[in-house]
Design a protein around this ligand. Structure first.
Ligand SMILES: NC(=O)C1=CN([C@@H]2O[C@H](COP(=O)(O)OP(=O)(O)OC[C@H]3O[C@@H](n4cnc5c(N)ncnc54)[C@H](O)[C@@H]3O)[C@@H](O)[C@H]2O)[C@@H](O)CC1
Ligand SMILES: [K+]
Length: 478
């Protein structure tokens, strides 16, 4: 069973929102929530636009109901408003009540009306969108000069962020209670424009009843250990890294990332290649002994295997690490070594593939990254960090964190090696694998945001300590 995490980080799917609405209908009532939702939309628009001619496109469901309410409040504020219904709401529904309360102008659901308006509000479909909208709907949306979505654009899958059809981009989307995964994941994120999440007083029990399993990554969802007067290097944690002879740079970057994010001690297991590392950073310990002997030291629990390793080098190390039941983070060369047989990675704690590595291991993920990463995590029993502009961090128990705390500055060679080092440090500090991976991805993103314009990968290290301090401070505030 997925563990319950803090609801403030939750990203309920549209299906879970349906569950939340059902629970809400037993307590606060949908009409009250709809009134607050429509009011929040009108407020967000009034705060960002000067009074202008508004057309509200209303669908048959509750999303349309929110549209009628927003129309009523904008009209009350003196704006020029028209509503274009796609289809009438079901009699007796909350949306039916909202439509009845709107007594303003009604017009046809037609492209020419959208073209004439200064601002078009899309209240056609929201969480209930369950198939691609008809071409007539897309034609009307596409005719708009400026579009604002209520909850979600009527073209975007709220669970996956996939565009169900090619459609227009929005200036802003106003959602309620919590963002949905489709607001965070690409391309939905880009289509939505500015995202506003309005508090409409949804009782927390309703959100809890929805049973969210997807979370927005951030401090408070996990806690990174702070510095303590009782610290010593083994308490902070030892990170051991398998090193190769051909590409020492990747190993060194991972080692530097591990040290800069607060590891107590970083050791490089270099075997016959030790000479290549001995002249590197003086704070590193280089081991030239056989791996088997190094594994006799029980304090060396956490191992990073993959950055800079050839497949034979992985073959000579990873099976030994797994046999000795170490906490292993597998990346880069280790993923290549597994090829299209991900089961070879069973026993590792965390893997960190980018989309190309993921595809080689598990096949193309398709439109639903979360579902694909979940399946992968279950298949190998390890945390999967699917790296991208929004990284997807999945535990085998089904918990998912979406990380949008990142910067395009991270899209540079070696950045993944640094990340692997940071996650290894979090594991060495005693964090559980999913939490460690979430924390590592966030710290790496924070360092990227602090590193300024076009940083080289080594520049990230200078910001990892401050990133960790910020994560600790933020988690205390929450
Ligand atoms: N979750 C919340 O906290 C709240 C949600 N509210 C609103 O309720 C919305 C969800 O309402 P509903 O569940 O009624 O769903 P929608 O209003 O999104 O759409 C439902 C209807 O559209 C039909 N439909 C879906 N896709 C279609 C397509 N491509 N072509 C034609 N018909 C299609 C469905 O069969 C259904 O009849 C949210 O998006 C939000 O705007 C608010 O009213 C109040 C609070
Ligand atoms: K909508």
């Amino acid at each position: 069973m997925p563990m319950k995490s803090d609801l403030r980080f939750s990203l309920p799917t549209p299906a879970q929102c349906g569950e939340m609405d059902r629970k809400a209908s037993e307590t606060i009532g949908i009409s009250a929530l709809m009134d607050r939702a429509g009011w929040a939309v009108a407020q967000a628009i009034r705060a960002r636009f000067a009074p202008c001619r508004v057309l509200v496109l209303c669908g048959p469901g509750n999303n349309g109901g929110d549209g009628y309410v927003a129309a009523r409040y904008l009209e009350r504020a003196g704006w020029s408003v028209q509503v274009a219904p796609l289809a009438p709401p079901r009699e007796g529904s909350a949306a039916f009540g909202a439509a009845a309360q709107y007594r303003g102008r009604i017009t046809d659901f037609a492209p020419e009306n959208a073209r004439r308006a200064d601002l078009v509000i899309d209240a056609v479909f929201g969480a209930g969108l369950d198939r691609p909208p008809a071409p007539e709907v897309v034609a009307v949306l596409s005719a708009a000069r400026t579009l604002v979505a209520i909850d979600l654009p009527s073209t975007v899958n709220g669970t996956t962020g996939a565009a169900l059809v090619e459609g227009p981009d929005y200036r802003m989307s106003v959602t309620f209670v919590r963002p949905k995964p489709g607001h965070i994941l690409y391309p939905g994120r880009e289509i939505c424009g500015e995202l506003i999440c309005a508090d409409i007083g949804m009782p927390e029990v309703c959100l809890e009843a929805a049973g969210p399993t997807i979370w927005l990554n951030g401090p408070g969802l996990w806690h990174v250990p702070a510095m303590s007067p009782e610290d010593h290097k083994y308490r902070r944690g030892v990170v051991s890294i398998c090193a190769g002879q051909v590409m020492p740079g990747a190993t060194r970057l991972a080692a530097a990332g591990a040290r800069a994010s607060g590891a107590g001690l970083v050791r490089i297991s270099a075997g016959e290649g030790a000479a290549a590392y001995c002249l590197g950073a003086p704070g590193l310990v280089i081991d030239d002994g056989p791996l088997k002997t190094l594994l006799e030291d029980e304090r060396r629990r956490v191992w990073l295997c993959g950055p800079g390793l050839t497949e034979p080098e992985v073959a000579a190390s990873l099976p030994l690490l797994l046999a000795s039941e170490r906490i292993v983070l597998a990346d880069a060369g280790a993923l290549g070594w597994a090829g299209s047989e991900p089961e070879k990675l069973r026993g590792v704690s965390v893997i960190t593939p980018h989309i190309g590595e993921f595809t080689r291991l598990f096949g193309a993920p398709g439109d639903d990254l979360v579902a694909a990463a979940r399946e992968a995590a279950q298949r190998i029993g390890a945390v999967v960090v699917l790296k991208g502009a929004v990284s997807v961090i999945v535990s085998p128990d089904g918990r998912v964190a979406l990380n949008d705390h990142a910067s395009p500055a991270l899209a540079t060679a070696g950045s993944g090696d640094t990340l692997a080092g940071v996650i290894a440090t979090m594991l060495a500090a005693g964090m559980a694998p999913w939490e460690a991976a979430c924390a590592g991805v966030w710290l790496h993103g924070e360092a990227g945001m602090r590193a300024g314009n076009w940083p080289i990968v080594e520049a990230l290290d200078a910001h990892l300590g401050d990133a960790r301090a910020k994560a600790i401070a933020l988690a205390c505030e929450i």
